[in-house]
Write a protein that binds this ligand. Structure first.
Ligand SMILES: [Zn+2]
Ligand SMILES: [Zn+2]
Length: 152
């Protein structure tokens, strides 16, 4: 686990580079995402920070997350069903998404979709990054489904 001081330093460094203000909201929201390696929706971030920053609104959380994304500190992962999850891990990695409970997990060792990135660039599109998402059932949901199937 990365110490809080190091997490803060990284954010403050990036904000200063761009001459952006260091605000308590930016610090706390960034911390909420980076304290543990995790994938959080904006609503979940709001829940985590509302103790420390009462009165924070969802639009503020969204705009802060977008700012952090622009600074290269978080990445958004499309988890399907319109849900957007923010990931504090920014190195290229794949994910598994459970279609039943929505659990999202890192999938290490899977190749990054370099081919898709290269193709996207051919048409004048300027790609940032590509993500590989594997859909299915997580271990818990898969065994629950298996239990139901064998009961019938
Ligand atoms: Zn599941
Ligand atoms: Zn991830």
């Amino acid at each position: 686990m990365v110490p809080v001081s190091e997490i803060d330093q990284r954010l403050v460094g990036r904000l200063r580079e761009r001459r952006l203000r260091v605000t308590p909201q930016r610090i706390v929201i960034h911390r909420a995402l980076c304290a543990e390696a995790q994938h959080l929706t904006a609503e979940q971030v709001l829940l985590k920070v509302s103790d420390v920053l009462p009165g924070t609104s969802l639009p503020t959380v969204y705009s802060t997350l977008e700012l952090l994304e622009g600074l290269g500190l978080v990445r958004r992962v499309g988890a399907g069903n319109g849900a957007v999850v923010f990931d504090s891990r920014v190195d290229p990695h794949a994910h598994t998404v459970c279609r039943r409970c929505g659990a999202i997990a890192d999938l290490d060792g899977a190749a990054a979709p370099d081919d898709a990135l290269a193709r996207a660039g051919e048409d004048g599109f300027v790609p940032d990054h590509a993500q590989l998402v594997v859909w299915g059932l997580c271990r818990t949901c898969a065994s629950a489904a298996a239990a139901v199937a064998s009961a019938n």
